[in-house]
Design a protein around this ligand. Structure first.
Ligand SMILES: [Fe+2]
Ligand SMILES: [Fe+2]
Length: 254
């Protein structure tokens, strides 16, 4: 009886259940997957012009120092840990715009979806890298601490100055591109084993079945370049004294 109702529940939601392990996995729907655009310019850099830009830029540069010191050349682990942070700004910005839309009875111009999509995309980076790098107990503790601090700081920062918040994320993404380029160099030198791509990555980015970790890093790096553009663009809109909803949101820009 119990087994029957469990079975009905899992078939309704298209979940596959392993009767031995009692675990489930959900196949990604076609609209949750995409092919990454690898032609994007990886070198684009927003030259900090104003005091706020420079503050955002140097804040990100300063954050890189302890990160380099902690992870050194463990790029798989570094990527996994950084994705736990990278998935926060889109969710916070999206949520704040969502609440603003409710309060003011107005549309967001697609920006809620754009920012929430970014958060989901970053979370999928994390789901991918946790397949190839297993966090140690003290790294898990660090994630919890960093999330507690960063989420609250970003929340406050976004309320005070969204143009600063988006600019900072733009620079974080520029750093992420650099980190993944270093990751690729280590893979090419053979210092990191080029293992087969995790199944979740093959599904999500529609990669060939024989794709490797190198292919995954290439598509993730392209995603980061797209996030860089979205966030610098959002900051520029605020710099022009306009609200995000006044400019078309880059929906589906991967
Ligand atoms: Fe990411
Ligand atoms: Fe990103």
């Amino acid at each position: 009886m119990l087994w029957n109702s469990v079975h009905v529940f899992f078939s309704f939601w298209d979940l596959k259940i392993d009767p031995v392990l009692m675990v489930c996995s959900m196949k990604l729907k076609p609209w949750e997957t995409y092919s990454a655009d690898l032609s994007i310019d990886l070198k684009k850099h927003h030259v900090p012009a104003t005091f706020l830009d420079k503050m955002a830029y140097w804040m990100v540069k300063a954050l890189r120092f302890p990160t380099d010191l902690f992870f050194q050349r463990r790029y798989g682990c570094r990527a996994m840990m950084l994705e736990t942070v990278a998935a926060v700004p889109g969710m916070v910005g999206g949520m704040l715009l969502h609440c603003k839309s409710l309060r003011r009875f107005e549309h967001s111009g697609g920006w809620i979806k754009t920012l929430l999509d970014e958060a989901e995309n970053e979370r999928m980076h994390l789901m991918t890298f946790m397949e190839v790098a297993k966090p140690r107990w003290y790294e898990r503790a660090l994630v919890i601490t960093v999330q507690g601090v960063f989420l609250n700081a970003y929340f406050l920062g976004y309320i005070i100055s969204p143009k600063f918040a988006h600019r900072m994320v733009g620079y974080l993404e520029e750093e992420a591109i650099h980190s993944y380029t270093e990751f690729l160099k280590e893979l090419d030198k053979g210092n990191i084993e080029n293992v087969p791509a995790p199944a979740i990555a093959v599904d999500y980015w529609r990669l060939p079945p024989d794709a490797t970790l190198r292919d995954v890093v290439l598509v993730v790096r392209a995603d980061e370049a797209h996030h860089r553009d979205v966030n610098h663009f959002a900051s520029d809109i605020h710099y022009q004294g306009r609200e995000l909803k006044e400019a078309p949101a880059p929906i589906g820009y991967h």
